[in-house]
Design a protein around this ligand. Structure first.
Ligand code: F0G
Length: 461
């Protein structure tokens, strides 16, 4: 283990810079009101440090940019596709590849291919787009994550694990023929970027095999997951990230991928499978919704950048600095006794808004308000991951009331320095000191799907 007192620096240097705008508090108050207290509705130019998401916000390397010039922009059979395909086979191990414009494109194709009306899809906590595509295909999502995942300060090292008993109980209750697959994400975004252990995915596979159920991996942050396995799981300290990733995927039958995260690009995704018949179905559907099966909504250059990003993403120095940067930030908050989800996750630090604004009831959207207040305080943009993101119950029409009411500070890869993190930690602390002044919100506009993106709010008087 490295000596904790020894300083470290990001393993890259700056070649191009993008200036950011400094704004006043008055200006930001006006802008967040205009945005209906929804950070998704702010203009990016009004943001100082943008921690909205790690999705598509990565800085590409010179190696990736050089690859962009090698884009083979043919309609069919682009050489960049074949390179991407061979890298997916090499690093993830799946046989067949269908590129898509991003993760939800892959989720759409997979859900439409595998789910029948009335099916159930168990998963280790939901992700917003994943669940919606399952529902639109006629399925019902069932949460089978371990209970620890719902408790913000529970220190379980693999809080993303599937509860095997919950999985089997569901099979016994609804019947295996109603469960086309189990959806496993590593790491688990909504749980706080928490990993799944190798032992757990093996057990999931055994149980699934016993009942003839497929295992589908959401591989969006599987490289970050592999880093946690290396750090925390006995027997993996001396294995490379590449080896761990490959082994992990070997216990799954297919994967959907948003390349906008782990793979260090600004756009791109894919679905990859081992089963020829499923591949045939996906390859057929992709031409309807995304584009021909050798580009799936991407330019040749995008596929090249994603293939090259994959090679960089599995490098130990890269992934270590990625995760440690977030840990560095999270530890500053912990030192100031600010309530966050623990252990610190892979792509983000999650403020526990329930504890932060413990005087604001969940129905008045404490996390939504906290994200807005952080913007006003500092120009830092974060996002709500609580009752707004959880949407409504399809049957009753009432809000879903998730146990976790969080604000996510998400770190783009290779974009910010430790000094940006210091500024952000300072601002969160300032806000915490005056937390009792905050009032809740009421929702004044609610879209039908994925409401968190476009909902609008007003401050309670
Ligand atoms: N799966 C996970 C675990 C994700 O985090 C995301 C996106 C997707 C699938 C969908 O991929 O955006 O490329 O269509 N997460 C982003 C976020 C939006 O901010 O966490 P996409």
């Amino acid at each position: 283990m490295a000596d904790k007192r020894k300083p470290w620096a990001e393993p890259y240097k700056i070649k191009v810079v993008e200036p950011v705008k400094m704004t006043t508090r008055e200006y930001r108050i006006e802008k967040i009101k205009e945005a209906g207290y929804n950070t998704f509705l702010l203009r990016s130019e009004d943001v100082y440090i943008d921690l909205l998401t790690d999705s598509g916000t990565n800085a590409m390397s010179d190696y990736q940019w050089a690859g962009m010039m090698l884009g083979d922009e043919a309609y069919a059979g682009s050489k960049n596709f074949y390179y991407l395909e061979s890298n997916v086979q090499k690093f993830y191990g799946y046989k067949y590849l269908v590129p898509t414009h991003q993760g939800r494109g892959a989720e759409h194709l997979l859900s439409q291919s595998l789910i029948k009306d009335g099916d159930f899809i168990p998963g280790n906590m939901y992700f917003t787009t994943t669940r919606l595509h399952q529902e639109l295909a006629g399925g019902t999502f069932v949460d089978v994550i371990i209970d620890e995942a719902h408790i913000p300060d529970n220190l379980h090292p693999f809080k993303g694990n599937v509860d095997i008993q919950k999985f089997e109980d569901l099979i016994k209750k609804v019947g295996a023929d109603k469960i086309p697959y189990i959806s496993v994400a590593g790491t688990v975004n909504m749980a706080g970027g928490q990993p799944v252990s190798m032992q757990n995915i093996k057990e999931v596979k055994q149980m699934a095999d016993k009942y003839g159920i497929k295992v589908v991996l959401d591989a969006t942050r599987a490289i970050e997951n592999a880093f946690f396995i290396k750090e925390r799981e006995p027997g993996y300290a001396d294995k490379s990230i590449e080896e761990i990733l490959f082994e992990f995927c070997s216990y799954t039958d297919a994967a959907t991928m948003s390349g906008k995260k782990d793979l260090l690009v600004n756009i791109g995704g894919f679905v990859a499978v081992n089963d020829w018949e499923l591949f045939e179905e996906l390859r057929n559907l992709v031409v309807v919704y995304e584009g021909l099966h050798t580009y799936g909504g991407l330019a040749g250059r995008d596929m090249e950048a994603m293939a090259r990003g994959m090679e960089e993403a599995v490098q130990y120095d890269h992934i270590r600095s990625r995760i440690k940067q977030i840990e560095y930030f999270g530890n500053q908050l912990i030192e100031n006794n600010i309530p966050i989800v623990k252990p610190i996750g892979g792509h983000a630090v999650f403020l526990d808004a329930r504890a932060f604004y413990d005087h604001i009831p969940q129905i008045n959207f404490p996390a939504q308000k906290l994200a807005a207040d952080l913007y006003i305080e500092s120009g830092v943009r974060a996002m709500e991951r609580g009752i707004v993101s959880a949407g409504r119950n399809r049957e009753t029409g009432d809000h879903n009331y998730p146990k976790l009411e969080l604000v996510r500070l998400t770190f783009p890869r290779r974009v910010y320095m430790q000094s940006h993190l210091d500024v952000t930690a300072y601002s969160v602390n300032e806000l915490y000191e005056k937390r009792h002044q905050a009032k809740g919100l009421k929702m004044v506009y609610e879209p039908k799907y994925l409401r968190f993106f476009q909902a609008r709010f007003e401050e309670l008087s």
